[in-house]
Write a protein that binds this ligand. Structure first.
Ligand code: PLP
Ligand code: COI
Length: 367
């Protein structure tokens, strides 16, 4: 457990146990928030200071605050699960803490020490533990974020920042639970280019993706698949998820994910699956996959399944693919066997239903 002390100001208007139970019935994704939040301030003079657990509330802002103009804003996403023994754990939070530091560095923001990042998670989840659902398909989604708070229009790294952690009970990211999603290959827009901010989890990357996401929706697709900026040919990732391609079936299956090119987000789920797939006896590797290989491998039957993975979406099968020129069904268009085995194995570790051989779980609240 972390040793940082957070001052605590409990909410006087917290929801009752019945109100929380009603919210947990069908929480959706990112619609409702718990009663508290954590804030930690940074200034050049004082460094990180004023770590506080406070009632969830609006953050007043000056119209000239730097973040509203130049977008120094980063975030993370991870989940807390209630385990069968009653304790509450999260998954590889040290990896999120490190990625948050790398995102900060890329945007010329100060790095939050991992101890403060983990301490914030513990403080909030301990306070709002009633919001962690007792259902392995649901969780409490934790959203740490940081933004610049300096007032002024000078274009330079700000001299003050605020870290905030909020939490939101979550069901399935895609409405309707686990079912194959449809994807749109965007050849018109680019999410990120080498040397850009694609590896960072910064707000601007998501803003830049929305136009293509709207185009995907207009094509009746659930999500965009991003291609490389140079040739518009190599598959990179989705709007908020990484991708895996499954070759072969049964014990001979092999999963391949686009290699980290500098333009895509190094997902923690993606990284975990490289290890977990091998534990289950599958091959697992990073590589390059072009859209032609995807279409032809699918047609020949060599490529059997495709799935998306990320904290919010866990593992979600991809059922159909559409581009300006082509459209095809992935495999049978159903949830593939390898996809669903990996999904269950991952969820079993995250929710404490399987042995944690790689020490990925991190207890936030003891039983
Ligand atoms: N790619 C993008 C663009 C994302 O926003 C996310 C979500 O965090 C991921 C991939 C998956 O990352 P992770 O598995 O760490 O949640
Ligand atoms: C996550 O999986 O945590 C994400 O950040 C994806 C999306 C909600 C932005």
């Amino acid at each position: 457990m972390s040793t940082t002390t957070f001052t605590r100001t409990p909410s006087t208007t917290a929801r009752s146990a019945q109100e929380v139970a009603a919210l947990l019935e069908d929480p959706g994704f990112g619609r409702v928030f718990t009663d508290h939040m954590v804030t930690i301030a940074w200034t050049e003079a004082e460094g990180w200071h004023d770590a506080a657990l406070v009632p969830y509330a609006a953050i007043p802002m000056d119209p000239a605050v730097n973040v509203l103009h130049y977008g120094q804003a980063i975030f993370e996403g991870l989940k807390a699960y209630r385990l069968p023994d009653g304790s509450i754990a999260t998954f590889r939070p040290e990896a999120n803490a490190r990625r948050f530091q790398r995102s900060a560095a890329r945007l010329a923001m100060p790095g939050l020490p991992a101890e403060l990042f983990l301490g914030a998670l513990e403080a909030l989840v301990q306070q709002d533990s009633a919001y962690v659902p007792d259902d392995p398909e649901k969780s409490l989604y934790l959203r740490p974020f940081m933004f610049s708070t300096e007032v002024g229009l000078g274009v330079r790294p700000a001299n003050s920042y605020l870290f905030v952690l909020i939490a939101s009970p979550a069901g399935a990211y895609f409405s309707g639970g686990v079912h194959p999603v449809s994807v749109w290959l965007s050849t018109e827009y680019v999410r990120a280019a080498p040397g850009g901010t694609g590896e960072a989890k910064c707000a601007g990357n998501y803003a830049a993706s929305l136009m293509a996401q709207a185009q995907a929706a207009a094509q009746d697709c659930d999500q965009v698949v991003w291609l490389d900026a140079h040739e518009h040919r190599w598959v990179e990732e989705m709007g908020g998820m990484n991708l895996y391609f499954v070759y072969g079936t049964g014990e001979n299956a092999r999963i391949v994910t686009p290699e980290l090119s500098g333009a895509l987000l190094p997902g923690i789920t993606r990284d975990s699956l490289l290890t977990l797939a091998k534990d289950l006896g599958f091959g697992a590797e990073e590589g390059r996959i072009s859209i032609e290989e995807w279409r032809e491998g699918n047609a020949s039957g060599e490529l059997t399944e495709v799935f998306a993975c990320g904290t919010a979406a866990v593992i979600t099968p991809v059922g159909t693919v559409k581009s300006a020129e082509h459209s095809w069904t992935v495999g049978e268009g159903t949830s593939g066997e390898v996809t669903m085995r990996l999904r269950q194995a991952l969820l079993d570790i995250q929710t404490g239903r399987a042995e944690d051989a790689h020490h990925w779980r991190h207890t936030l609240v003891e039983a």
